[in-house]
Design a protein around this ligand. Structure first.
Ligand code: ITT
Length: 200
């Protein structure tokens, strides 16, 4: 019987886990740190996505055996000089509060004609407490003036990817997963694992 290799996600964000699990299908057994209550909370003290992804990947990899994958991601808005950026999850003042984050973004963008923005995702793959490789993915788009759509998480209701007229929250997970920052980074992770590490 074929047992799929295990990949542990260094995240407590259930939406990230669901997206990554859906994109990997049955190629991997995907768990996240909520399955390991003994794992410490990792403070994200870095100033870049890469630094924070490293902190999460290495911090968890020192505690658990096997492949560990961290995802640090966020929204960069040109008219806000790249904010919310690495501060995306607490832009509204409260960690992980998507409603406040979106409200804060709408207020900051109220008088801005320039709406260009992008989601960026950096992933770090670690094993035995050491970084094995890092990867990134970007999706360009624009910020709209009022939230639209029910799917996804975070800033999805305010972001329209280039080439579309609907937000990520309207397009839904299946479409989002074909073009998102996360899917583009994950495609590189899959290549790396397939070519370098795992038995074919
Ligand atoms: P972990 O650190 O536990 O992985 P987190 O949600 O705190 O979970 P980040 O520090 O990477 O993760 O912050 C990501 C934030 O960026 C997230 O809370 C959203 O506000 C935003 N974000 C990232 N990817 C997104 C996506 O695909 N759609 C919408 N918003 C996204």
């Amino acid at each position: 019987m074929h047992v799929p290799p295990r990949l542990i996600l260094a995240t407590r964000n259930a939406h990230k886990t669901a997206e990554i699990r859906a994109m990997l299908g049955d190629r991997y057994e995907v768990l996240d740190v909520t399955a390991f209550p003994e794992c410490p909370h990792i403070e994200e003290t870095g100033t870049t996505f890469l630094e924070n992804a490293r902190l999460k990947a290495l911090g968890i990899s020192r505690q658990l055996d096997g492949w560990v994958l961290a995802d640090d991601s966020g929204l960069e808005v040109d008219a806000l000089d790249g904010a919310p950026g690495v501060g995306s999850s607490s832009y509204g003042g409260e960690e992980g509060n998507n409603v406040l984050n979106n409200l804060c973004l709408l207020v900051e963008m109220a008088d801005k004609a320039e709406r260009r923005a992008r989601f960026r995702c950096t992933m770090v793959l670690a094993r035995d407490g050491r970084e094995q490789a890092n990867f990134s993915g970007v999706v360009e788009g624009r910020i709209i003036h009022a939230p639209r759509g029910e799917h996804g998480f975070g800033y999805d209701p305010l972001f329209i990817p280039d080439g579309y007229e609907k937000t990520f929250a309207e397009l839904g997970e299946e479409v989002k997963n074909t073009l998102s920052h996360r899917s583009r980074a994950l495609a590189k992770v899959i290549d790396f694992l397939t070519n370098n590490c795992l038995p074919k």
